[in-house]
Design a protein around this ligand. Structure first.
Ligand SMILES: NC(=O)c1ccc[n+]([C@@H]2O[C@H](COP(=O)([O-])OP(=O)(O)OC[C@H]3O[C@@H](n4cnc5c(N)ncnc54)[C@H](O)[C@@H]3O)[C@@H](O)[C@H]2O)c1
Length: 449
């Protein structure tokens, strides 16, 4: 059997991948039990709670389609910073010639600040974007329940918390929905709309429609840790980190990923985003997590050493002042080798094909689970999520499309091999096994229009 070539894609195949992406983008709008002509709720005024990174970008996205927004923060300093950031983002767009000055002024005039949550009272839609903390979000939703007008849509921008547990603190769970924007929210094309157990169909239809009006691709997901996008991403990053413990160095993984087609490797991405993202949550989970499987804590150790990424001048790479170019760092590489020894892992050379398989197939396997449990409606929804929100190389058409192209029997054979070698995380998804037994592929699960 000749092995699949991950690194060369013919022009014909690129064209087919592009056609698949176009199909995926248009299919994502279709929801089997919600007719396209479902009457929408009005969205004439929006309140955004939390004037941080996400809140500001979301407010700008809304203002760009002429919707007035009240940006609400509990801290005066937070609000001021948030409004200043929105102005800066607009100014940058003007400088880059993407926006005319008059248009910028118009957009900014649509965004007003407030320190009072009671100011949600005239909003048709409220989007909560405070810190990722269940207790805090529930507290906000209790207040929204008290102040929002009847019939207002109450959305949370959580990256992966249980939307039902947030809805449960209100007397109107039918109005509660997830609206997962990506950073920077005024630029990124993806919007994951998260359907809770009780979310009303017209709430979903309205948000999907609003996403499209903002020029985004809205994809529907059910509740699951990390929904569609971050669920797959967890598998991707976990394997990348295990690869480093097993013998590859960060730049080797990143170079293979770039050769595969990513604009940036995962370790350079971590350094850009900040290695401390999620640090507290992960530390808190360590005490109670399952002990029958392997975990990766290297990134926590990097944080403990002050290796936060670009912002601290070192992370998985080192950086020179005023320069974002990742450079290999012998000190870090020594530390990684020592950590492998400490864990009793014999470091081995890992070729680039295997690096890609381990980064990719964990995502494919998880994607099969999402389909089996109805978290994602169709394989192409997973593909378009990855193409628009996670920088998956366009010429590969998305992880599920690529898995079909490789051939599911080959993908499953590798997953079984990895399961035998590494255990728990590689347990093959039952749906993937079923498809292979039936001689079918993911595309066969795509509902007929
Ligand atoms: N940053 C990202 O890349 C990203 C991407 C997708 C989703 N998210 C999610 O978006 C949400 C916000 O993330 P962020 O990165 O914008 O956070 P952030 O820390 O930049 O901003 C949070 C803001 O919420 C404000 N706030 C805190 N408590 C408040 C309260 N009680 N009432 C009003 N405002 C309050 C803070 O003052 C702060 O301005 C989180 O749930 C996060 O998981 C973040």
């Amino acid at each position: 059997m000749t092995s699949f070539d991950f690194f060369h894609v013919s022009d014909d195949e690129r064209a087919r991948a592009a056609a698949h992406a176009r199909m995926a983008a248009s299919e994502a709008a279709l929801i089997p039990d919600i007719p396209a002509d479902t009457p929408l709720r009005p969205v004439n005024r929006v309140a955004v709670i939390g004037a941080g990174t996400m809140g500001g970008g979301i407010a700008l996205s809304l203002a760009s389609i002429g919707i007035p927004v009240t940006l609400i923060d509990s801290s005066a300093a937070g609000l001021e910073r948030g409004l200043a950031r929105v102005k800066d983002l607009c100014a940058t767009s003007v400088q880059r010639g993407k926006l005319a000055q008059a248009e910028m002024d118009q957009r900014l005039a649509l965004i007003t600040g407030s320190l009072l949550i009671a100011d949600v009272s005239d909003a048709d839609l409220v989007i909560e974007a405070v810190f990722e903390d269940m207790g805090l979000k529930q507290d906000i939703f209790r207040q929204l329940d008290a102040h929002a007008r009847p019939g207002a849509i109450l959305a949370t921008n959580t990256s992966g918390l249980d939307v039902d547990a947030i809805a449960a603190v209100t007397r109107r769970p039918q109005d509660v929905v997830g609206a997962h924007f990506f950073s920077p929210a005024h630029v990124m094309k993806l919007l994951e709309v998260v359907r809770g157990a009780q979310t009303a169909p017209d709430v979903i239809a309205t948000l999907m429609n609003l996403g499209r009006r903002m020029g985004k691709i809205a994809v529907l997901a059910r509740i699951y840790p990390g929904f569609i996008g971050n669920a797959l991403f967890r598998n991707y990053t976990r394997e990348a980190h295990f690869l480093v413990e097993d013998g590859a160095l960060p730049h080797e993984v990143d170079e293979a990923l770039k050769k595969f087609g990513y604009a940036m490797g995962i370790f350079a991405v971590h350094d850009m985003a900040g290695n401390d993202v999620g640090y507290q949550t992960r530390k808190a989970q360590m005490a109670t997590r399952a002990t029958d499987r392997r975990w990766n804590d290297l990134i926590l150790k990097l944080c403990d050493q002050g290796r936060l990424g670009q912002k601290s001048g070192k992370g998985w790479y080192r950086y020179e002042a005023g320069d974002r170019t990742p450079r290999r760092d012998p000190e870090l590489e020594r530390f990684i080798v020592e950590e492998s020894a400490r864990m009793g892992l014999p470091r081995q050379a890992i070729d680039e094909e295997e690096l890609i398989k381990r980064c990719l197939y964990g995502m494919v396997n998880e994607g099969a689970r999402l389909l089996e449990h109805g978290i994602a409606l169709r394989p192409s929804d997973i593909d378009i999520t990855y193409l628009t929100g996670y920088g998956f190389p366009a010429h590969h058409g998305g992880p599920m499309y690529l898995a079909d192209r490789i051939g599911l029997p080959q993908v499953l054979a590798d997953i079984r091999r990895l399961h035998a070698q590494y255990g728990h995380w590689w347990q093959p998804a039952p749906l993937l096994e079923q498809l292979v037994r039936d001689g079918r592929c993911f595309a066969d699960l795509q509902p007929e229009r």
